[in-house]
Design a protein around this ligand. Structure first.
Ligand code: PEP
Length: 249
């Protein structure tokens, strides 16, 4: 049985008070679930979130990190800094990092190496843009994103990886991939991993879907056999919506 995860990416939202209020509400309302529940507040609120969730099953992830250990990298955060405050999971490769901050596969591969060297768990995001899907290039794009950033890893390192397929055209747009489109791509991802590694490894990897998941569509998407949960943006900022999505798994 693969690990199921519902993760909320809060992006650049919520100040300290708002973060603590949402975390308290979330912990209080969280139903019994077999899924791991993760939230990713902004960097400045991570330490507080870890403290706040000390006796909660809700886990904390960072939205990004740099690959260098330390030094003259103004504005950046290192793996050790995250570990030092108790954050052991990091989201890498989010489409906003790729498109707005020019993070390409080679750059992300370095971040993956650093995170793994530090024994962190990675939620690795990837997905095609609208034009690429329209041109029927989506499978090739996804396959090359995986190959370039991850296929140099050994099998043991994959134990620390969670994949998040996020078609860029569905992120924050209200446009969701249909459950069939999500399933088709998730099955393709497993096939690609099986070819590069083994069918057993492909079968073990948790693959999340992300892109305008809401309480109204989560159940259908999560019921697809190769979808193991979701990475949720907008809807993770509202406690009741996020809880409803967790309940949908
Ligand atoms: C995301 O940013 O990872 C995301 C899936 O956003 P949204 O749910 O708002 O589309």
């Amino acid at each position: 049985m693969r690990t199921q995860i519902v993760a909320g990416n809060w992006k650049m939202n919520k100040n300290l008070e708002e973060t603590e209020a949402l975390l308290s509400e979330l912990s209080a309302k969280l139903p019994d679930t077999n899924a791991e529940v993760i939230v990713a507040p902004t960097f400045v609120n991570l330490a507080s979130a870890v403290r706040h969730l000390q006796s909660s099953v809700v886990q904390v992830a960072a939205q990004n990190m740099h690959f260098e250990e330390s030094g003259a990298f103004t504005g950046e955060i290192s793996a050790d800094m995250l570990l030092n405050i108790g954050v052991t999971t990091v989201i890498l490769g989010h489409s906003e990092r790729r498109s707005l901050f020019n993070e390409d596969d080679a750059f992300l591969a370095k971040k993956v190496q650093t995170a793994l060297a530090k024994d962190m768990r990675i939620i690795f995001c990837f997905g095609e843009e609208l034009e690429e899907r329209k041109n029927n290039n989506h499978f090739a794009v996804v396959s090359s994103q995986l190959k370039n950033a991850l296929f140099n890893l050994d099998t043991a390192q994959w134990q620390h990886l969670v994949l998040a397929y996020e078609p860029v055209w569905a992120i924050g747009t209200g446009e969701t991939a249909t459950p069939e489109q999500a399933q088709e791509m998730h099955a393709f991802i497993r096939k690609t991993i099986a070819e590069a590694y083994t069918p057993e490894l492909a079968d073990e990897v948790t693959i999340l879907y992300g892109g305008s998941v809401k309480p109204t569509n989560a159940g259908e998407i999560f019921s697809q056999p190769d979808v193991d949960g979701g990475l949720i943006g907008g809807a993770s900022l509202k406690c009741d919506d996020f809880i409803a999505i967790v309940q949908a798994i």
